[in-house]
Design a protein around this ligand. Sequence first.
Ligand SMILES: NC(=O)c1ccc[n+]([C@@H]2O[C@H](COP(=O)([O-])OP(=O)(O)OC[C@H]3O[C@@H](n4cnc5c(N)ncnc54)[C@H](OP(=O)(O)O)[C@@H]3O)[C@@H](O)[C@H]2O)c1
Length: 355
Amino acid sequence: MTRFAFILHPIKVADIARKFGIARYLPHRLIEAACARMPARLISEISGIESPTGATTEGWFVGCTLTTRQFIEGNEERSVAKVIEAAKMAQDLGADIVGLGAFTAVVGDGGRRVADAVDIAVTTGNSYTVATAIEGTLKAAEVMEINPGEATAAVVGATGSIGRICAHLLADRVPRIILIGRSRDGLDELAEELADRDTEVEVSLSPEESIPQADLVVTVTSALDTVIEPEMLRPGAVVCDVARPRDVSVRVAHERDDVLVIEGGAVAIPGDVDFHFDFGFPPGTAYACMAETMILALEGRAEDFSLGKRLSIERVREIADLGVKHGFGLAGFRSFERAVDDETIKRIKRNAAAR
Ligand SMILES: NC(=O)c1ccc[n+]([C@@H]2O[C@H](COP(=O)([O-])OP(=O)(O)OC[C@H]3O[C@@H](n4cnc5c(N)ncnc54)[C@H](OP(=O)(O)O)[C@@H]3O)[C@@H](O)[C@H]2O)c1
Protein backbone atom coordinates (compact mmCIF):
# COMPACT_ATOMS: atom_id res chain seq x y z
CA MET A 1 0.00 0.00 0.00
CA THR A 2 1.21 3.51 -0.79
CA ARG A 3 0.68 5.73 2.25
CA PHE A 4 0.33 9.50 2.37
CA ALA A 5 0.50 12.40 4.77
CA PHE A 6 -0.94 15.87 4.47
CA ILE A 7 0.40 18.99 6.15
CA LEU A 8 -2.09 21.40 7.67
CA HIS A 9 -1.59 24.73 9.38
CA PRO A 10 -3.97 27.03 11.29
CA ILE A 11 -5.54 29.46 8.80
CA LYS A 12 -6.39 31.86 11.64
CA VAL A 13 -5.67 32.11 15.35
CA ALA A 14 -9.30 31.02 15.91
CA ASP A 15 -8.32 27.58 14.56
CA ILE A 16 -5.76 27.27 17.37
CA ALA A 17 -8.31 28.46 19.92
CA ARG A 18 -10.69 25.68 18.78
CA LYS A 19 -8.04 23.12 19.71
CA PHE A 20 -6.64 24.78 22.83
CA GLY A 21 -9.49 26.49 24.73
CA ILE A 22 -7.12 28.62 26.83
CA ALA A 23 -6.02 30.41 23.64
CA ARG A 24 -9.42 32.17 23.50
CA TYR A 25 -8.36 34.35 26.42
CA LEU A 26 -4.88 35.29 25.22
CA PRO A 27 -3.72 38.02 22.80
CA HIS A 28 -3.39 36.70 19.23
CA ARG A 29 0.25 37.71 18.82
CA LEU A 30 1.18 35.84 22.00
CA ILE A 31 -0.54 32.67 20.81
CA GLU A 32 1.14 32.90 17.40
CA ALA A 33 4.57 33.45 18.96
CA ALA A 34 4.10 30.45 21.27
CA CYS A 35 2.87 28.19 18.46
CA ALA A 36 5.72 29.18 16.15
CA ARG A 37 8.13 27.73 18.71
CA MET A 38 6.27 24.41 18.82
CA PRO A 39 7.62 21.55 16.72
CA ALA A 40 5.58 19.92 13.95
CA ARG A 41 2.98 17.60 15.44
CA LEU A 42 1.01 14.54 14.46
CA ILE A 43 -2.64 15.58 14.29
CA SER A 44 -4.39 12.33 13.43
CA GLU A 45 -4.44 9.09 11.49
CA ILE A 46 -6.59 8.85 8.37
CA SER A 47 -8.18 5.49 7.58
CA GLY A 48 -10.81 3.85 5.39
CA ILE A 49 -10.07 5.28 1.93
CA GLU A 50 -11.01 2.72 -0.69
CA SER A 51 -11.16 3.14 -4.46
CA PRO A 52 -13.77 1.32 -6.57
CA THR A 53 -10.72 -0.38 -8.15
CA GLY A 54 -10.13 -2.09 -4.77
CA ALA A 55 -6.99 -0.04 -4.01
CA THR A 56 -6.77 1.31 -0.47
CA THR A 57 -4.66 3.88 1.28
CA GLU A 58 -4.22 5.38 4.72
CA GLY A 59 -2.24 8.27 6.08
CA TRP A 60 -1.75 11.06 8.57
CA PHE A 61 -2.45 14.72 9.10
CA VAL A 62 0.69 16.51 10.28
CA GLY A 63 0.47 20.01 11.74
CA CYS A 64 2.77 22.91 10.94
CA THR A 65 2.15 25.52 13.61
CA LEU A 66 2.44 28.80 11.67
CA THR A 67 -0.69 30.85 10.92
CA THR A 68 -1.42 32.41 7.53
CA ARG A 69 -0.34 35.82 8.81
CA GLN A 70 3.00 34.38 9.90
CA PHE A 71 3.48 32.76 6.48
CA ILE A 72 2.73 36.05 4.69
CA GLU A 73 4.47 38.52 6.97
CA GLY A 74 7.17 36.35 8.54
CA ASN A 75 10.62 35.31 7.45
CA GLU A 76 10.32 32.97 4.43
CA GLU A 77 13.37 30.92 5.46
CA ARG A 78 11.80 30.18 8.83
CA SER A 79 8.50 29.26 7.17
CA VAL A 80 10.15 26.87 4.70
CA ALA A 81 12.15 25.29 7.55
CA LYS A 82 8.92 24.68 9.49
CA VAL A 83 7.27 23.04 6.48
CA ILE A 84 10.34 20.85 5.89
CA GLU A 85 10.26 19.81 9.54
CA ALA A 86 6.61 18.70 9.11
CA ALA A 87 7.43 16.89 5.85
CA LYS A 88 10.26 15.03 7.61
CA MET A 89 7.81 13.97 10.29
CA ALA A 90 5.56 12.62 7.49
CA GLN A 91 8.55 10.68 6.16
CA ASP A 92 9.36 9.26 9.61
CA LEU A 93 5.72 8.18 10.04
CA GLY A 94 6.06 6.06 6.91
CA ALA A 95 4.35 8.19 4.26
CA ASP A 96 5.46 7.65 0.67
CA ILE A 97 4.00 10.97 -0.49
CA VAL A 98 3.20 14.18 1.38
CA GLY A 99 0.71 16.85 0.33
CA LEU A 100 1.09 20.50 1.28
CA GLY A 101 -2.00 22.34 2.55
CA ALA A 102 -2.82 26.04 2.10
CA PHE A 103 0.24 28.27 2.68
CA THR A 104 2.65 25.36 3.23
CA ALA A 105 2.28 25.00 -0.57
CA VAL A 106 2.70 28.70 -1.32
CA VAL A 107 6.13 29.26 0.30
CA GLY A 108 9.38 27.68 -0.87
CA ASP A 109 8.72 28.00 -4.61
CA GLY A 110 5.46 26.04 -4.52
CA GLY A 111 6.82 22.99 -2.67
CA ARG A 112 10.08 22.62 -4.61
CA ARG A 113 12.31 23.40 -1.66
CA VAL A 114 10.43 20.91 0.52
CA ALA A 115 10.76 18.26 -2.20
CA ASP A 116 14.53 18.88 -2.32
CA ALA A 117 14.81 18.39 1.44
CA VAL A 118 13.00 15.07 1.94
CA ASP A 119 13.29 11.54 0.52
CA ILE A 120 9.57 11.07 -0.15
CA ALA A 121 7.38 12.48 -2.93
CA VAL A 122 5.77 15.91 -2.48
CA THR A 123 2.73 17.50 -4.10
CA THR A 124 0.93 20.77 -3.49
CA GLY A 125 -2.42 19.37 -4.60
CA ASN A 126 -2.84 22.39 -6.84
CA SER A 127 -3.61 20.45 -10.06
CA TYR A 128 -6.70 18.78 -8.60
CA THR A 129 -7.64 22.06 -6.91
CA VAL A 130 -7.73 23.68 -10.36
CA ALA A 131 -9.68 20.77 -11.87
CA THR A 132 -12.40 20.89 -9.19
CA ALA A 133 -12.55 24.71 -9.12
CA ILE A 134 -13.28 24.85 -12.84
CA GLU A 135 -15.70 21.93 -12.70
CA GLY A 136 -17.51 23.53 -9.74
CA THR A 137 -17.65 26.94 -11.42
CA LEU A 138 -19.14 25.48 -14.61
CA LYS A 139 -21.68 23.41 -12.63
CA ALA A 140 -22.66 26.50 -10.65
CA ALA A 141 -23.03 28.44 -13.92
CA GLU A 142 -25.37 25.72 -15.15
CA VAL A 143 -27.64 25.85 -12.11
CA MET A 144 -27.68 29.65 -12.28
CA GLU A 145 -28.57 29.37 -15.99
CA ILE A 146 -25.46 31.24 -17.11
CA ASN A 147 -24.27 30.12 -20.52
CA PRO A 148 -20.45 30.21 -20.39
CA GLY A 149 -20.47 30.70 -24.17
CA GLU A 150 -21.96 34.17 -23.61
CA ALA A 151 -20.36 35.03 -20.26
CA THR A 152 -17.56 37.24 -19.01
CA ALA A 153 -15.24 35.45 -16.58
CA ALA A 154 -12.75 36.99 -14.18
CA VAL A 155 -9.83 35.32 -12.42
CA VAL A 156 -8.60 37.16 -9.33
CA GLY A 157 -5.00 36.31 -8.43
CA ALA A 158 -4.55 35.27 -12.07
CA THR A 159 -0.75 35.35 -12.00
CA GLY A 160 -0.54 32.80 -9.17
CA SER A 161 0.09 29.08 -9.43
CA ILE A 162 -3.61 28.09 -9.32
CA GLY A 163 -4.95 31.29 -10.93
CA ARG A 164 -2.83 30.97 -14.06
CA ILE A 165 -4.10 27.52 -15.02
CA CYS A 166 -7.67 28.45 -14.08
CA ALA A 167 -7.34 31.32 -16.56
CA HIS A 168 -6.05 28.93 -19.24
CA LEU A 169 -8.97 26.54 -18.75
CA LEU A 170 -11.64 29.24 -18.52
CA ALA A 171 -10.29 30.98 -21.63
CA ASP A 172 -11.45 27.94 -23.63
CA ARG A 173 -15.01 28.33 -22.33
CA VAL A 174 -15.91 32.03 -22.40
CA PRO A 175 -15.81 34.76 -25.04
CA ARG A 176 -14.30 37.33 -22.62
CA ILE A 177 -11.95 36.89 -19.69
CA ILE A 178 -10.54 39.48 -17.29
CA LEU A 179 -7.26 38.67 -15.57
CA ILE A 180 -7.02 40.50 -12.26
CA GLY A 181 -3.85 40.79 -10.20
CA ARG A 182 -1.26 43.08 -8.70
CA SER A 183 1.56 42.85 -11.20
CA ARG A 184 1.05 44.45 -14.62
CA ASP A 185 4.02 42.53 -16.08
CA GLY A 186 2.77 39.19 -14.81
CA LEU A 187 -0.74 39.85 -16.14
CA ASP A 188 0.58 40.97 -19.55
CA GLU A 189 2.68 37.80 -19.75
CA LEU A 190 -0.38 35.64 -19.02
CA ALA A 191 -2.48 37.61 -21.52
CA GLU A 192 0.24 36.86 -24.10
CA GLU A 193 -0.02 33.12 -23.31
CA LEU A 194 -3.76 33.33 -24.00
CA ALA A 195 -3.45 35.44 -27.15
CA ASP A 196 -4.12 32.54 -29.52
CA ARG A 197 -7.39 31.60 -27.80
CA ASP A 198 -10.73 32.49 -29.27
CA THR A 199 -11.54 34.86 -26.41
CA GLU A 200 -11.15 38.55 -25.64
CA VAL A 201 -8.53 38.93 -22.89
CA GLU A 202 -8.30 41.97 -20.63
CA VAL A 203 -5.92 42.63 -17.75
CA SER A 204 -6.79 44.63 -14.67
CA LEU A 205 -5.14 45.86 -11.50
CA SER A 206 -8.50 46.91 -10.09
CA PRO A 207 -10.88 44.31 -8.63
CA GLU A 208 -13.31 47.17 -7.83
CA GLU A 209 -13.65 48.11 -11.50
CA SER A 210 -13.44 44.68 -13.11
CA ILE A 211 -15.32 42.23 -10.88
CA PRO A 212 -18.67 44.02 -11.45
CA GLN A 213 -18.35 43.13 -15.15
CA ALA A 214 -18.05 39.39 -14.55
CA ASP A 215 -20.74 36.69 -14.59
CA LEU A 216 -18.27 34.04 -13.41
CA VAL A 217 -15.48 34.81 -10.94
CA VAL A 218 -12.76 32.43 -9.80
CA THR A 219 -10.83 34.01 -6.97
CA VAL A 220 -7.59 32.50 -5.74
CA THR A 221 -5.28 35.06 -4.23
CA SER A 222 -2.87 34.50 -1.36
CA ALA A 223 -4.14 37.66 0.35
CA LEU A 224 -4.50 37.75 4.13
CA ASP A 225 -7.57 40.00 3.93
CA THR A 226 -10.68 39.73 1.76
CA VAL A 227 -10.58 41.14 -1.76
CA ILE A 228 -14.22 40.74 -2.88
CA GLU A 229 -16.83 42.89 -1.15
CA PRO A 230 -20.64 42.87 -1.62
CA GLU A 231 -20.75 46.06 -3.68
CA MET A 232 -18.44 44.57 -6.36
CA LEU A 233 -20.72 41.75 -7.52
CA ARG A 234 -23.21 41.83 -10.35
CA PRO A 235 -26.67 40.32 -9.56
CA GLY A 236 -26.78 36.63 -10.47
CA ALA A 237 -22.97 36.24 -10.50
CA VAL A 238 -21.24 32.96 -9.60
CA VAL A 239 -18.11 33.25 -7.48
CA CYS A 240 -15.85 30.28 -6.79
CA ASP A 241 -13.63 31.13 -3.83
CA VAL A 242 -10.62 28.82 -3.85
CA ALA A 243 -8.47 30.90 -1.51
CA ARG A 244 -7.79 29.96 2.12
CA PRO A 245 -8.21 32.27 3.94
CA ARG A 246 -11.23 33.29 1.87
CA ASP A 247 -11.09 36.08 -0.68
CA VAL A 248 -14.83 36.75 -0.46
CA SER A 249 -15.91 38.86 2.48
CA VAL A 250 -18.40 37.22 4.84
CA ARG A 251 -20.44 40.42 4.33
CA VAL A 252 -21.40 38.96 0.94
CA ALA A 253 -23.21 36.13 2.76
CA HIS A 254 -25.23 38.66 4.76
CA GLU A 255 -25.80 41.40 2.22
CA ARG A 256 -26.08 39.69 -1.18
CA ASP A 257 -28.88 37.15 -1.48
CA ASP A 258 -28.69 37.42 -5.29
CA VAL A 259 -25.25 35.89 -5.95
CA LEU A 260 -23.96 32.33 -5.62
CA VAL A 261 -20.64 32.06 -3.80
CA ILE A 262 -19.22 28.55 -3.67
CA GLU A 263 -16.15 27.17 -1.97
CA GLY A 264 -13.64 25.77 -4.41
CA GLY A 265 -12.45 22.25 -3.96
CA ALA A 266 -14.83 20.33 -1.65
CA VAL A 267 -14.47 16.70 -2.73
CA ALA A 268 -16.27 13.46 -1.73
CA ILE A 269 -13.75 10.75 -0.78
CA PRO A 270 -14.44 7.09 -1.74
CA GLY A 271 -14.75 4.40 0.93
CA ASP A 272 -15.51 4.95 4.60
CA VAL A 273 -12.90 7.56 5.36
CA ASP A 274 -12.28 8.65 8.94
CA PHE A 275 -9.98 11.65 9.37
CA HIS A 276 -10.11 11.48 13.19
CA PHE A 277 -9.93 15.27 12.97
CA ASP A 278 -12.53 17.95 12.27
CA PHE A 279 -11.26 20.49 9.74
CA GLY A 280 -14.72 21.96 9.21
CA PHE A 281 -15.99 19.77 6.35
CA PRO A 282 -18.89 17.27 6.47
CA PRO A 283 -17.87 13.62 7.04
CA GLY A 284 -16.46 11.88 3.99
CA THR A 285 -15.33 15.08 2.27
CA ALA A 286 -12.02 16.90 1.98
CA TYR A 287 -10.25 19.75 0.22
CA ALA A 288 -9.18 19.02 -3.35
CA CYS A 289 -5.50 19.41 -2.44
CA MET A 290 -5.90 16.65 0.18
CA ALA A 291 -7.79 14.57 -2.39
CA GLU A 292 -4.93 14.89 -4.92
CA THR A 293 -2.53 13.37 -2.41
CA MET A 294 -4.95 10.49 -1.73
CA ILE A 295 -5.56 9.87 -5.45
CA LEU A 296 -1.82 9.63 -6.11
CA ALA A 297 -1.45 7.21 -3.18
CA LEU A 298 -4.32 5.03 -4.46
CA GLU A 299 -2.73 5.00 -7.89
CA GLY A 300 0.62 3.98 -6.36
CA ARG A 301 2.16 7.13 -7.84
CA ALA A 302 4.45 8.34 -5.06
CA GLU A 303 5.99 11.06 -7.22
CA ASP A 304 6.35 14.84 -7.18
CA PHE A 305 3.18 15.70 -9.07
CA SER A 306 2.20 19.36 -8.65
CA LEU A 307 5.25 21.41 -7.79
CA GLY A 308 6.44 24.94 -8.50
CA LYS A 309 4.56 27.98 -9.67
CA ARG A 310 3.84 26.80 -13.24
CA LEU A 311 1.35 23.96 -13.29
CA SER A 312 0.58 22.14 -16.53
CA ILE A 313 -2.84 21.67 -18.12
CA GLU A 314 -1.91 18.05 -18.91
CA ARG A 315 -1.40 17.31 -15.21
CA VAL A 316 -4.72 18.96 -14.32
CA ARG A 317 -6.49 16.72 -16.86
CA GLU A 318 -4.53 13.64 -15.73
CA ILE A 319 -5.37 14.04 -12.04
CA ALA A 320 -9.03 14.77 -12.91
CA ASP A 321 -9.18 11.47 -14.85
CA LEU A 322 -7.46 9.60 -12.01
CA GLY A 323 -9.94 11.15 -9.59
CA VAL A 324 -12.85 9.73 -11.60
CA LYS A 325 -11.10 6.32 -11.81
CA HIS A 326 -10.76 6.18 -8.02
CA GLY A 327 -14.29 7.39 -7.24
CA PHE A 328 -13.57 11.01 -6.21
CA GLY A 329 -16.05 13.72 -7.17
CA LEU A 330 -17.37 17.16 -6.28
CA ALA A 331 -19.17 17.05 -2.94
CA GLY A 332 -21.96 19.48 -3.87
CA PHE A 333 -21.92 23.23 -3.39
CA ARG A 334 -20.87 24.76 -0.12
CA SER A 335 -20.99 28.44 0.70
CA PHE A 336 -19.48 30.00 3.78
CA GLU A 337 -19.20 26.56 5.41
CA ARG A 338 -22.80 25.50 4.71
CA ALA A 339 -24.29 23.22 2.09
CA VAL A 340 -26.23 25.04 -0.64
CA ASP A 341 -29.58 23.34 -1.36
CA ASP A 342 -31.92 23.65 -4.35
CA GLU A 343 -34.21 26.04 -2.46
CA THR A 344 -31.30 28.43 -1.86
CA ILE A 345 -30.38 28.38 -5.56
CA LYS A 346 -33.99 29.11 -6.54
CA ARG A 347 -34.10 32.03 -4.09
CA ILE A 348 -30.81 33.46 -5.39
CA LYS A 349 -32.09 33.25 -8.97
CA ARG A 350 -35.39 34.92 -8.03
CA ASN A 351 -33.57 37.73 -6.22
CA ALA A 352 -31.11 38.21 -9.08
CA ALA A 353 -33.96 38.43 -11.62
CA ALA A 354 -35.68 41.06 -9.47
CA ARG A 355 -32.61 43.36 -9.35
N1 LIG B 1 -9.26 25.17 -1.67
C1 LIG B 1 -8.20 24.38 -1.81
O1 LIG B 1 -8.30 23.15 -1.84
C2 LIG B 1 -6.84 25.05 -1.98
C3 LIG B 1 -5.75 24.27 -2.39
C4 LIG B 1 -4.53 24.89 -2.56
C5 LIG B 1 -4.39 26.26 -2.32
N2 LIG B 1 -5.44 26.97 -1.90
C6 LIG B 1 -5.35 28.44 -1.67
O2 LIG B 1 -5.23 29.09 -2.92
C7 LIG B 1 -4.61 30.37 -2.74
C8 LIG B 1 -3.56 30.62 -3.81
O3 LIG B 1 -2.59 29.60 -3.83
P1 LIG B 1 -1.40 29.63 -4.95
O4 LIG B 1 -0.57 28.45 -4.67
O5 LIG B 1 -1.97 29.85 -6.30
O6 LIG B 1 -0.62 30.96 -4.48
P2 LIG B 1 0.37 31.89 -5.33
O7 LIG B 1 1.03 31.11 -6.40
O8 LIG B 1 1.20 32.60 -4.33
O9 LIG B 1 -0.59 32.95 -6.06
C9 LIG B 1 -1.35 33.87 -5.35
C10 LIG B 1 -1.73 35.03 -6.24
O10 LIG B 1 -2.48 35.96 -5.43
C11 LIG B 1 -2.00 37.28 -5.67
N3 LIG B 1 -2.23 38.12 -4.50
C12 LIG B 1 -1.65 38.02 -3.29
N4 LIG B 1 -2.14 38.96 -2.46
C13 LIG B 1 -3.06 39.66 -3.16
C14 LIG B 1 -3.90 40.76 -2.88
N5 LIG B 1 -3.88 41.36 -1.67
N6 LIG B 1 -4.73 41.22 -3.86
C15 LIG B 1 -4.74 40.64 -5.08
N7 LIG B 1 -3.95 39.60 -5.42
C16 LIG B 1 -3.12 39.12 -4.48
C17 LIG B 1 -0.53 37.07 -5.94
O11 LIG B 1 -0.07 38.20 -6.65
P3 LIG B 1 1.48 38.66 -6.59
O12 LIG B 1 2.15 37.78 -7.60
O13 LIG B 1 1.42 40.08 -6.95
O14 LIG B 1 1.95 38.41 -5.19
C18 LIG B 1 -0.56 35.81 -6.80
O15 LIG B 1 -0.85 36.12 -8.14
C19 LIG B 1 -4.10 30.37 -1.29
O16 LIG B 1 -5.04 31.08 -0.51
C20 LIG B 1 -4.12 28.90 -0.90
O17 LIG B 1 -4.28 28.72 0.49
C21 LIG B 1 -6.67 26.39 -1.74
